[in-house]
Design a protein around this ligand. Structure first.
Ligand SMILES: Cc1cc2nc3c(=O)[nH]c(=O)nc-3n(C[C@H](O)[C@H](O)[C@H](O)COP(=O)(O)OP(=O)(O)OC[C@H]3O[C@@H](n4cnc5c(N)ncnc54)[C@H](O)[C@@H]3O)c2cc1C
Length: 420
């Protein structure tokens, strides 16, 4: 918990508050740890990433998250189809080797408000439900988007999550009349194909209201067509151009045993389990002053990831990941890259304040639209340089064999303890 004592200018140790311990928040944390240990940030991959100063600096980092751990969100379609994958998807913060440091603290809570002028935070502790107040010198807003179940788990701790994932996989397994997934966006496609891959005997149908899958995505038709073709190859039945207008429970002994779905064409289909993969995601930014947000609730940032608004102390307030208003389809890779740059810019600021060093800030460039979709054993990917590609080789490169759980974990080096 950040200290609530004393004006921040007198603090010898800068206090960094990170809201959200997922891809962007953890990427910022681990890279800032490196920088403050006098090392190059671990995400350094090109000569242009190399930072000038190697001085050690004291820092105190607090991560506040509603959850008690890091959840590999990308892997949710697999975690909700396989108990084994679920158990590897959620790691309590206290169990992450790279974060076991005396100057890295965790607080399980939901940020209720931020006072930019006084650099003060109010947090509702998840466990005690009590309000806690604190102060910070730098804030990183990395709390992403609010999404509904089963697109993301609603559990806030690991044990509850395992129970939630288990009840989902059981419902899928027990669905004698097959599974219907409603919604042909990225999540619906991945959920349908993961179920079919893990339980090949199960009948899986995906219903989408438009004539093409991924209809809301700013991506070329050949990517959408390839995704459809690959999804059908997995054995998922796809119904396009039909809305589900009614879902009625078929009861036996007062318990729903299956569902009767009416489509806009009048056609009826039966399902043992229905998954609504139509999640309207909304930014989790309600704790920030409205002036910091754009009309849709995303945090306005400049290229150095600082708040781009006239809120007080905007230059020590940063935002990264899905919650930030920036170009491109929201992606985990982009979120981690933003976290990396936040770490560098916060560190440059600290050096300026401590040693008067002239800062060199990193600036984000435009993010093009990129998408990688795991569809059964293959991935379908699009980027503006190479266009659409698909295959098992793409799957290995983009997702490995665990929907990128190991790729993300290893990229952030979360398994490696830091020598102090
Ligand atoms: C099912 C699914 C599959 C996906 N697949 C891919 C993929 O294959 N490739 C890809 O690149 N991207 C994928 N994405 C998108 C990717 O997951 C996001 O871009 C990424 O999670 C963004 O990371 P983030 O750190 O910004 O936020 P998030 O990962 O959303 O994390 C936000 C964190 O903040 C916490 N939080 C929220 N509100 C508060 C609060 N008020 N106080 C405290 N803590 C709070 C949450 O508990 C969470 O831990 C997928 C998304 C979903 C839902």
């Amino acid at each position: 918990m950040p200290s609530n004592e004393g004006p921040h200018v007198l603090q010898a140790v800068p206090r960094v508050l990170v809201i959200g311990g997922s891809y962007s928040g953890l990427a910022a944390t681990v890279n800032l740890i490196d920088l403050c240990n006098g090392k190059q940030p671990r995400f350094t991959s090109t000569p242009s990433d190399v930072v000038s100063s190697k001085s050690k600096l004291p820092v105190d980092i607090t991560i506040v998250d509603e959850r008690d751990g890091y959840y590999h969100l990308i892997g949710n379609p697999l975690a909700f189809a396989s108990d084994d994958a679920a158990s590897k998807s959620w790691t309590r913060f206290q169990d992450i080797p790279a974060l076991k440091l005396p100057n890295v603290n965790f607080l399980q809570g939901s940020v209720a408000s931020i006072d930019c002028e006084n650099k003060a935070v109010s947090i509702v502790d998840t466990v005690t439900k009590q309000y806690r107040q604190g102060k910070y010198d730098y804030l990183l807003v990395a709390s992403g988007l609010r999404r509904t179940s089963p697109v993301v788990p609603q559990a806030l701790n690991r044990d509850q999550f395992l129970a939630e994932a288990k009840s989902h996989t059981k419902a899928v397994r027990d669905a004698k009349e097959g599974v219907v997934v409603i919604g042909g966006g990225a999540v619906g496609i991945e959920m349908a194909s993961e179920i079919k891959t893990i339980e090949p005997w199960q009948k899986v149908t995906l219903v989408h209201s438009r004539d093409k899958l991924l209809s809301a995505e700013p991506l070329p038709d050949d990517f959408k067509d390839r995704s459809l073709e690959t999804l059908r190859e997995t054995g998922v039945e796809v119904i396009l151009g039909q809305r589900v207008t009614e879902t009625t429970a078929v009861q036996s002994d007062g318990e729903p045993t299956s569902w009767n779905l009416t489509l806009s064409s009048g056609q009826h289909i039966t399902a043992g389990h229905v998954i609504a993969a139509i999640s309207r995601s909304t930014p989790t930014s309600s704790y920030l002053p409205p002036a910091a947000l754009d009309k849709d609730g995303y945090v306005k940032i400049d290229a150095s990831l600082r708040f781009n608004s006239d809120v007080p102390n905007a230059s020590s307030h940063f935002a990264a990941g899905d919650i930030a208003s920036w170009s491109g389809i929201k992606r985990c890779g982009g979120a981690m890259h933003m976290g990396h740059y936040c770490a560098i810019n916060i560190h440059q600021d600290m050096l300026k304040n401590r040693y008067g060093q002239i800062p060199t800030y990193k600036e984000l460039s435009f993010f093009p639209n990129i998408m990688g979709l795991a569809v059964g054993k293959k991935a379908v990917v699009f980027d503006s340089t190479n266009g659409t590609a698909s295959g098992e080789d793409q799957m290995a490169a983009y997702f490995g064999n665990d929907l990128a759980n190991s790729i993300c974990w290893n990229y952030m080096k979360l398994g490696q303890a830091v020598a102090v």
